[in-house]
Design a binder for this molecule. Structure first.
Ligand SMILES: [Zn+2]
Length: 439
């Protein structure tokens, strides 16, 4: 009996039965056009053939096998599933009020188990928004809840994107939220694993990898932007020796290192210590950009998170405080593009009203000077390379996961089309469909 449940080609040929009766089911996704994200050009009359969880053919006007299930998306534009290279699925910090106080309140009132369940909700929102892969760069005080979420998604328990997870992140003692905590609360949870010295740095990397980290995140600096009386205060930072030790230990096992860095010195320390990506990078200078281009260090500017803070500033004082940061951001994108630094898209969703809005970053990158094709590449091919997943995801090519999204409209003309996806397939499994071509 067991033999018949599989695909016994040997027995079939012995009995001269047609082998086709045993072939896996093929699904054909058909649409008016698809975007080749590598060339930035459309392919008309698009067909993607899917078998199991992989793409077995893609192109214009392909012959659809007679036994295939056809998903005809009509006037839709299809693209590879999007990738967010900097998110925090476990973070739902309230957007109103003091960031630090909200952070403390969340750590004090929500268990890691509850945070994981919130993460499951955020994972679903993110997937439904067309993001089929994410690089989750820190669980924000929820310990290893991101590892649990990644496993639950991979095991089919909950719906969500493919995840690379950084777990707890590493910061200098006192160098990340929660700030200004009472000395009486020694065992209060921390937003990152705080270390002092190279031995503790090495130990933290080993622990985090042991408990499931795919990559390591470090805080090369930490600016407490927006807190009253502490505007732009640069908290305790990791030394170059500490960052170098983290990089050495992580790279030994093939794990990459992402560095949160916003100040000129923090960015330089991180790049010279050999990290694989700079997150934010707002005050990056020209020589460091040059070095990043030469070394292949990625930049994940998380520009929407910064510019939305500027747009939401209520008072002239708040706006004035944000103005130099906005100017730095504009210069960062212009100069990084000119220096051919590889830019990956990351929305940095961390607040309660941000989850699932990941495509805002793609739109913001265009506002700041990338072409729509470049911004889409930042959220597909470049992001897949940053994750080391370029053979698995990031384009609609044969052998890759059948992660396919559809949008109405023309994203090369108006990239905001990506902020409303009408079709999402992950690994050959349709997770979202909204008809837009009904008469
Ligand atoms: Zn972040």
């Amino acid at each position: 009996m067991r033999l018949m449940r599989g695909c016994p080609f040997g027995i079939l040929s012995l009995l001269s039965l047609p082998a086709v009766a045993c072939l896996a089911q093929v699904t054909a996704v058909r649409a008016q056009r698809m975007l080749d994200v590598k060339t930035g050009r459309y392919v008309s009359n698009a067909v993607v053939l899917v078998e199991g969880d992989k793409i077995i053919a893609s192109g214009s006007g392909l012959t659809i096998p007679a036994n295939a299930i056809v998903l005809d998306l009509g006037a839709t534009t299809i693209l590879p599933g999007l990738i967010d290279a900097h998110t925090h699925l476990m973070a739902r910090t309230p957007s109103q009020g003091s960031q630090n106080k909200n952070y403390i309140l969340q750590l004090a009132t929500e268990s890691e188990a509850y945070r994981a369940l919130e993460g499951a909700m955020d994972a679903r929102l993110t997937l439904q928004a067309g993001f089929t892969s994410v690089r989750d760069v820190e669980s924000e005080g929820s310990g290893y809840a991101d590892v649990a979420l990644r496993s639950a998604i991979d095991g089919g328990l909950v719906e969500g994107p493919r995840m690379e997870v950084a777990t707890r992140a590493i910061a200098a003692t006192g160098g990340y939220f929660p700030l200004h905590l009472s000395a009486d609360l020694l065992n209060f949870p921390r937003g990152a694993q705080m270390i002092t010295g190279t031995d503790e740095a090495r130990k933290a990397v080993r622990e985090q990898i042991y408990y499931g980290a795919d990559l390591i995140k470090v805080y090369a600096d930490f600016l407490d932007v927006g807190s009253p009386n502490t505007a732009n205060y640069n908290h305790e930072t990791l030394t170059r020796d500490e960052i170098r030790t983290v990089v050495e230990e992580a790279h030994k096992g093939g794990h990459r290192v992402a560095a949160h860095a916003m100040t000129r010195e923090g960015i330089r320390n991180a790049v010279e210590s050999g990290v694989d990506s700079i997150e934010h990078g707002t005050q990056v200078d020209q020589p460091t950009l040059q070095e990043m281009a030469e070394k292949g260090t990625y930049l994940v500017p998380t520009s929407a998170a910064i510019s939305s803070g500027y747009e939401q500033a209520k008072t002239p004082e708040q706006r004035a405080e944000m103005e130099p940061i906005m100017q730095s951001l504009r210069a960062e994108i212009t100069n990084a593009r000119a220096a051919h630094v590889r830019i990956a898209s990351g929305f940095d969703a961390a607040e309660d009203d941000e989850q699932g809005k990941n495509a805002n970053e793609i739109a913001e990158l265009v506002k700041l000077g990338l072409t729509p094709a470049e911004a889409i590449a930042a959220a597909t091919t470049t992001a897949s390379e940053l994750m080391g997943w370029q053979t698995k995801v990031g384009s609609l090519e044969v052998g890759k996961y059948a992660d396919i999204i559809g949008v109405a409209g023309d994203p090369l003309q108006d990239v905001s089309a990506l902020q409303h996806v009408t079709f999402v397939m992950k690994g050959g499994h349709q997770v979202h469909l909204e008809r837009t071509d009904t008469p």
